[in-house]
Every structure is written in C-alpha cells, then in structure tokens.
Design a binder for this molecule. Structure first.
Ligand code: ADP
Ligand code: MG
Length: 261
C-alpha cells in the first residue's frame, strides 16, 4: 500500500449524483477497555460535516476499538461522543447505529439473502419500513454503488469487491450522518481494491462524513481532509495529509511511515 500503488482515484464509481448530508462527529476524552485492559486512553477527535478522516497506525493501536466505541458496539468506559453537537451518552444504541453506519473488513452480509435483500433487511427490520418502499430505496442504493445488474445474486455469487459494495449500499440505505469504515479493502484481492476505494472517494465528494481506518496510504493522502495517527490507544498526531505524510512531527509517526511507505 505505498503511495504510488493506488493510482488515480478520479472518475465516479457510481452513476448517481445524489448528494449526502453528512453530520459532524466530536469525540471527547474517550476511554475504552476490555476488562482490565485499557485500550483507549482519552481520545479526542473532531470530524467536520461532509469530511473524510483517515485513521492510520500500527496493529493493536486501538483503531478498531475506537470505531466500535463510535457506534457503541462496545460501550465506552469514559468520555462522550457528539453527533451534530448532540451527546450520544443517553442515546439508545439502536438510534446511534442508525445515525452512524459501519462497514467491516469481512462484509458481514447474510449469505442466504440476495444483494437486494441484504440492503432491504435493515430497512424493514430496523427502520420498520414497508417492503415496497424498502425495495425502491435498496435498488437506488445498489445503483449508487454500480450493482444494479447484480441485485438478485447471493453474496457467494459476487466478487469480494462487489460484496463490499453491497455492504456499503446497505450502510447508505439507512441514511446515516456518518459512516465508519474498518479496513474495508484489507480482505480483497489486490485487483479489486481500487474499485472500492474509488467508490469511497466518490461518497466523500458527495458529502458523506466518513471515518476510514485504512492501510492504504495513497488513499489517505489523496482523499482525506484530515489524517489521524494513533499509537498505543492515543491520538499521537492529527493533520492534513501533507502535514502527516510530508512533515511528520513525532518520532513515532516518522518511524511508522518509514515502515509502511
Ligand atoms: P487495531 O484495530 O488498531 O489493530 P484494536 O482496536 O483491534 O487495534 O486492538 C487494540 C487492543 O485491544 C489490542 O491490544 C488488542 O489485543 C485488544 N483487543 C481488541 N479487541 C479485543 C477484545 N475483543 N477483547 C480483548 N482485547 C481486545
Ligand atoms: Mg483493527
């Protein structure tokens, strides 16, 4: 994942020009633990509406744990998270997850349901939407990610890249204010990575607020509005891609970049 390998990210991956209305995300002094193991030690993060934040850092630094805290798959130990200025501490986890979507490395699609049904299911089950309306929205979101012609395929009949597009369409269908991406191209064959990154860049251009944990430094450099470097459960450095990649301040970030670039 060197800077040169990602190539051009121009050219819209989807056909739709629907604009998204991303919300802001503010993390204040977030602490998270697994039992006695303190993993996040007071993380602060400000994400502007419609911006792309890329989180980089070594394995085990707490990147996934931070995303799990942001949509409360794991309950934070301390601190607070604000969506569009609203504290989420007393928000129901289901409400929070409707507003903050997540896409995972291993897609997490239902294997016995078609692409269309996978997108429809959260609309009918979580939002309680009538089937006809859910189908209309699911078809539009699948078109957004360039999968109109594959809607009746099962996940097993799709490439990894196409499965990840279904997962992204499913997240989009919920009309979230923020979408979290946790290493979503790490499990893909190399030739499928670029298409998914192009799609993500496209969503960013269309106004979605995105927090992207990634090893794709080329993507972070080209697409991110801000890059956050984490190490040992802390945010060590935050800045523009130029500041982070061309002028890293902390020795830890300098060492990390020397290893990955
Ligand atoms: P990253 O995504 O940056 O690789 P993680 O957030 O997955 O880091 O992990 C941070 C730390 O928390 C690591 O030390 C890891 O071993 C630990 N950890 C992660 N998930 C769990 C879990 N479910 N139970 C216990 N420890 C965990
Ligand atoms: Mg991780």
């Amino acid at each position: 994942s060197g800077l040169e390998e990602v190539g051009e990210l121009d050219g819209a991956a989807g056909t739709s020009e629907v604009a998204f209305k991303g919300g802001s995300l503010d993390v204040r002094n977030l602490g998270m633990a697994y039992g006695d193991l303190d993993v996040l030690k007071g993380v602060d993060l400000s994400v502007k509406p419609g911006s792309v934040t890329c989180i980089i850092g070594p394995s085990g630094s707490g990147k996934s744990t931070l995303l799990r805290g942001l949509n409360r798959l794991v309950e934070p130990k301390s601190g607070d998270i604000f969506i569009d200025g609203e504290s989420t501490s007393t928000m129901k986890p289901e409400t929070l997850r409707r507003r903050v979507g997540m896409v995972f490395q291993h897609f997490n699609l239902f294997p016995d349901h078609s692409a269309l049904e996978n997108v429809m299911l959260s609309l009918t089950k979580i939002k309680g939407m009538p089937k006809a309306e859910a189908e209309r929205i699911a078809k539009a979101r699948l078109a957004d990610v360039g999968l109109e012609s594959r809607q009746h395929h099962l996940p097993s009949g799709l490439s990894g890249g196409q499965q990840q597009r279904v997962a992204i369409a499913r997240a989009l269908a919920m009309e979230p204010e923020v979408i979290l991406f946790d290493e979503v191209t790490s499990a893909l064959d190399p030739e499928l990575v670029k298409g998914v990154l192009n799609l993500m860049a496209d969503l960013g251009r269309r106004g979605m607020t995105m927090v992207v944990v990634t090893h794709e430094m080329g993507f972070a450099r080209r697409v991110a509005d801000q890059v956050v470097f984490m190490d040992e459960g802390r945010v060590v450095e935050t800045g523009t891609p130029e500041a982070i990649f061309d002028n890293p301040q902390s020795p830890r970030l300098q060492r990390f970049l020397a290893e990955v670039l």
